[in-house]
Structure formats: structure tokens, C-alpha cells
Design a protein around this ligand. Structure first.
Ligand code: B12
Ligand code: SF4
Length: 517
């Protein structure tokens, strides 16, 4: 059977990275089937084109995965596939919480023939076999023989054949510059960000987050060896195609067990398996100097930190009191000293937020080493304690906000400000961090740092800008480049001043080069 795994686009930004679930399920598919992957963010498709594709390519089963944010599109695509008589299985965090919605048991129309609840590593082979036999069930739950929930162990972990998988759709460098870069021989013919997981689960249970409910509070890790081998495979691929590969460790809290993270990082260094990577780590775990040393030595370049708020009352309210705003500056300094950039994520519209929260937060941010701040709104995702709390209090203004997804729009009223005021605060956060002046200031303030580091933050800021300000298409990009020309000229001037090699952005794959930054 030919199986199509499809991830819908989010309609707002191009995702910079493919989704791991597709590669994982592809690797876990029983032999004898061909699995095709389409990520709508890289290869946009509408209802008509997916229906045509499925018919022309003789697809026998379509698997669709989506976050809440993309679910409306996922349902429309599923409907189009089912309309041509092909079965659809859906999985992922949204349908796990809202299986009745996907199966049309809540009074709405049916979108999926089957739903895979939770982690599907062990149920997927069964789903495929049932689909072949024509005995697809409505619901597949990850349970043992006694009906008890069973979380898949990550030991052993499937080998994803990164050396052979077609990744053309995920090259982040615009096609127009490929031939040029290849000719220059800079090792920049391609640039991809690849998702790798080293473990699953986070026990912290923050109120707005789906992770503890979905993956459970039992943390599971792959063996160091299996992670290291995957990195080596990716590194070899990058070298083989004369390109660059960076890795996104998608673990929700990469250092949740500090001892184990240190041992993994030491093994990465020992095996010379460093590639440049990004990982999510909560601020409290970055108190450990040795951990931060190892992060830098093992290729860590960007650390995503869910800071959420600078107000301890807000943090306590969402059960994230382990974040201590008083230590944010120290943590960020510690990373900056090792040339590791922090992606600091904030949520506005929390219950203790009042108008002016963006400016208060920005004032704090300006005292930190420049990084990549991002701003979102408190969003009640289905199945979270936050959703239940707001629902019980009758505070949801759009209880099924995913049916008509609007980017950066609240679905409930915060306690101390209006919805419009919260939207305004987010706009201020983005505008004051990503205006050409703000970008120039950030890059200028890093004049004492290696040029590669400054280019890194400049390019990252341009890309991150697109999370909020529409930046799809060539013209939007050209405009953005034009608006930031002053900073670009400055960097070019410094590049020529310091010799061309100093100008190489810091996504090198050789550890020798890494030492330099
Ligand atoms: C990496 C990541 C991203 C990446 C993008 C996704 C990518 N390219 O990988 C980035 C950083 C861009 C991102 C952004 C956002 N993310 Co995100 N992200 C993640 C993260 C950390 C890892 C995803 C992952 O690969 N997991 C590992 C794989 C193995 O798990 P999985 O995807 O769930 O797949 C398993 C099962 O769900 C199932 N499955 C999944 N799909 C399918 C399909 C079929 C057919 C079947 C059978 C099974 C199946 O099988 C898989 C194996 O067990 C998750 C948290 C997490 N740990 O999952 C959050 C998470 C998915 N993100 C989340 C959110 C909210 C967001 C944002 C909306 C945040 C924001 N406020 O802006 C944005 C929106 C992104 C967008 N595109 O519009 C939520 C989603 C909750 C929800 N109900 O939708 C999560 C769960 C985190 C959280 N804190 O709650 N994200
Ligand atoms: S620490 Fe992060 S992953 Fe863990 S529950 Fe809180 S928000 Fe979710």
C-alpha cells in the first residue's frame, strides 16, 4: 500500500523545520509499504490538490497530524481525501484531546476514519495492518493487554535513515542562491534544521501546556549512543551534500535530568558528533555552570527558554513558580558569555497582566544581553488545566477557537485588561524588538563579539520577525532586507575589514571552527 503522511501548513509562516512525527512513523511502518511525506509548510496544497494527488498516486491510506492551530485546515484536507474514497487516520495533540470532534461524535461532521490517541509509536504498525485488511477501528489507544495506558519506551529507538531520506523540500536557502553558493564552495549549498528528540515527557505540569498531559510525567530517554549516532548521520549528510545541518532537540525540557543531559553532551563531544543545535531548557535548570559549559562545547547555539512573564504572581498562577524572574539576567549572561543565544518566550494576557505589561517587560529585556524575544498570548489549548479552569469560570469567549483560527487572538478575557489591550501589548512587544532600529541596536551592542555571532543574531532576528509580521514571499523578504540595509552594510564592511573567513555565520559543523566563536 502507498501511504501519504501529511502535515498541513499553518497559513501564516513557513515552518522552518519538518515535523518529526512523519519521519518517525515512516520508520515505524511495517515493511512492504511505501510512505510518502508532504509537509504543507514546504509544499503548499489545497483540498483539490490533495484529492488529485491521492487519486493519481494511488494512495491507499492518508495519515494527517496537526496541532490545534492547524486543525481546521487538517479537517478540510481530510474531508477532501475521504470524498475520493480514501481512508484517513488522524493523530497528534489536538485529536488526542478532541477525538469525538474528529470522528463526528460531537454533533459535527466526521473528518477521520480513525484517530490515534497519544503517542502512536506502537499503534501505528497496527493501524497500517488494519487498514490493509479493511478493518480500521475508530480509535487506537496506546494501552497494554490489560487496557492500561502504556507510554512507548524510547529504547530501542527507530533508526531514521537521514542519510537517504529526501529532504529537498526542507532546504531553507532560497533556490536562487543554490548554484552560487555551491560554486563558492563555502559548504552552504543547503541549510536544513532537523528535529531530533533525545527524550519525552515533562513533569512540571504548567497550567497552559499540553505536554505533561500528553507525554505524561514519566520521562523517557533514548540511549546516548542512539542520539549520537543520529547526529553523526546528519553530520555526514551535511558534509556529503556540501551543506549545513542544524538540529532542533525538540525535547520539551532538554535538561530535565541534568545528570543525564551532561552525560549525553559529553558523549556528543567525545564522538566528535557536534552539529549546531537549539534546545528548550527551563531557566531553573540553567543555574548549573558546568551544564552551560557542556552545552557550548557540544554545539549548542540557541536555547529556548519559556520565561512567560517577569511577574512572579503570574508565574505562580499558571503553576510555573519555579521560574524566578530575579535570576533571568544571570542565566542569560551565563549563556551569552559562551556565545549561546537565548530565545526568550513571553506570554501576555495572563491574569495579573495590566496595560503596559509589554513596555515593562521590554524595559527588563533591554538590561539583558541581546537575544531573540518572542511574544504570544495566553491560549487555552484543549485538554489543559487552563482550558478547564476558564471553561468552568465561563470565561471562554471562543470556546472552539480552533474552528476559526486567528493568529495572535485571545479566546478568553484576561482578568485585569481587555482582549484588545492584550492584543496591543503583543504588537508592542514584537514591534519594539524587531523594528530595523531595534535589530540594528542589538547587533551594534554585540560589537565585542565575533562577527559570526553578530550575523547569527541578525539573520535569526529577520527570520523571527516573520512569526508575527507577515513575511511570506519574496517581496516581503526583499522589503525586510531593504529596511535593514544599514545593519547589513555594517556587517559587510566589518566582514571585509576582518577578512572573509570571519564573516562566516556560526553554523559550522567542524568542532575546530566552533572553538573559534
Ligand atoms: C517542535 C515543536 C514546534 C516547532 C514546529 C513543529 C515542527 N516542525 O516540528 C515550532 C517551534 C515551530 C513550534 C511552534 C508552535 N508550537 Co509547538 N511544539 C513542538 C514540540 C516541542 C515538539 C513536536 C514534536 O516533534 N514532538 C515529538 C513527536 C514524536 O511527537 P508528536 O508530534 O506529538 O507525534 C506523536 C503523536 O502525537 C502521534 N502523531 C502525531 N501526528 C500524527 C499523525 C498520525 C496520522 C498518527 C497516526 C499519529 C500522529 O505520533 C507521534 C509519535 O508518537 C511540541 C511538544 C512535544 N513534545 O511534542 C510542541 C507543541 C506541538 N507545540 C505547541 C504549540 C502550542 C505551538 C505554537 C502554537 C506555540 C505558539 N504559541 O506560537 C507554535 C505554532 C506552530 C505553527 N506551526 O503554527 C503545542 C501544541 C498543543 C496543541 N494542542 O496544539 C505543543 C504540544 C507544546 C505545548 N507546550 O503544548 N512547535
Ligand atoms: S516546563 Fe515547559 S514543557 Fe514542561 S510543563 Fe512547563 S511549559 Fe510544558
Amino acid at each position: 500500500m502507498r501511504i501519504l503522511l501529511y502535515n498541513p501548513d499553518n497559513g501564516v509562516t513557513h515552518n522552518f523545520m519538518p515535523h518529526l512525527w512523519m519521519f518517525l512513523l515512516q520508520s515505524l511502518t511495517p515493511p512492504g509499504h511505501e510512505v510518502v511525506l508532504i509537509d504543507g509548510n514546504a509544499q503548499p496544497m489545497d483540498e483539490e490538490s490533495i484529492a488529485r494527488y491521492v487519486r493519481e498516486q494511488n494512495i491507499g491510506l492518508v495519515g494527517i497530524g496537526a496541532m490545534t492551530r492547524m486543525i481546521a485546515k487538517a479537517y478540510r484536507m481530510a474531508d477532501a481525501v475521504r470524498a475520493v474514497g480514501v481512508k484517513v487516520v488522524m493523530g497528534g495533540p489536538h485529536v488526542t484531546e478532541m477525538a469525538d470532534e474528529a470522528l463526528g461524535r460531537d454533533g459535527g461532521s466526521r473528518h477521520a476514519d480513525a484517530v490515534a490517541l497519544g503517542e502512536a509509536d506502537e499503534t501505528w504498525p497496527r493501524i497500517v495492518e488494519d487498514a490493509v485488511r479493511g478493518t480500521l477501528k475508530d480509535v487506537y489507544a496506546p494501552v497494554d493487554d490489560f487496557g492500561q495506558e502504556r507510554k512507548p519506551s524510547l529504547q530501542p529507538y527507530p533508526e531514521i535513515p537521514w542519510d537517504k531520506i529526501k529532504l529537498e523540500q526542507f532546504n531553507l536557502l532560497p533556490g536562487i542562491v543554490h548554484p552560487l553558493l555551491k560554486r563558492v564552495g563555502t559548504g552552504w549549498g543547503t541549510f536544513r534544521i532537523i528535529p531530533v528528540e533525545s527524550g519525552r515527557g515533562c513533569p512540571y505540569g504548567c497550567e497552559f501546556c499540553t505536554v505533561t498531559g500528553f507525554f505524561g510525567d514519566s520521562i523517557r530517554f533514548r540511549t546516548n549512543e542512539s542520539v549520537v549516532n543520529e547526529l553523526l548521520l546528519l553530520k555526514a549528510r551535511a558534509r556529503g551534500e556540501g551543506g549545513q545541518i542544524a538540529v532542533f532537540f525538540i525535547d520539551d525540557n532538554f535538561a530535565i535530568n541534568v545528570k543525564r543531559t551532561k552525560s549525553l553532551l559529553r558523549d556528543i563531544i567525545a564522538a566528535n558528533a557536534q552539529v549546531h543545535w537549539v534546545a528548550q531548557i527551563s531557566a531553573n535548570l540553567l543555574r548549573d555552570e558546568e551544564l552551560v559549559d557542556l552545552i557550548a562545547a557540544a554545539g549548542g547555539k540557541w536555547i529556548f527558554i519559556g520565561m512567560e512573564s517577569i511577574d512572579p504572581a503570574n508565574l505562580a498562577d499558571v503553576k510555573k513558580g519555579f521560574n524566578k524572574p530575579g535570576e533571568y539576567a544571570v542565566v542569560l549572561d551565563r549563556l551569552a558569555r559562551r556565545n549561546v543565544l537565548a530565545i526568550t518566550s513571553f506570554i501576555f494576557g495572563m491574569d495579573n497582566d495590566t496595560p503596559g505589561v509589554a513596555e515593562r517587560t521590554m524595559k527588563e529585556i533591554r538590561t539583558w544581553p541581546p537575544g531573540l524575544p518572542i511574544f504570544g498570548l495566553m491560549t487555552p489549548l484543549p485538554g489543559t488545566p487552563l482550558y478547564k479552569k476558564l471553561e468552568a469560570a465561563g470565561r471562554l469567549t471562543r470556546p472552539k477557537h480552533w474552528q476559526e483560527f486567528i493568529p495572535f487572538a485571545m479566546a478568553h478575557t484576561p482578568l485585569k485588561m481587555s482582549i484588545d489591550e492584550a492584543h496591543h501589548e503583543v504588537r508592542i512587544g514584537w514591534a519594539s524588538s524587531y523594528s530595523p532600529e531595534a535589530i540594528e541596536k542589538a547587533v551594534d551592542s554585540l560589537n565585542h563579539k565575533p562577527l559570526g555571532y553578530r550575523i547569527n543574531i541578525f539573520i535569526a532576528r529577520l527570520c523571527f520577525r516573520g512569526i508575527y509580521f507577515p513575511q511570506m514571499g519574496r517581496f516581503a523578504w526583499l522589503k525586510s532586507i531593504l529596511d535593514n540595509r544599514r545593519t547589513i552594510f555594517k556587517l559587510i564592511r566589518q566582514g571585509f575589514g576582518g577578512g572573509l573567513h570571519a564573516a562566516a555565520p556560526s553554523v559550522a559543523t567542524e568542532p575546530v571552527r566552533e572553538q573559534r566563536h
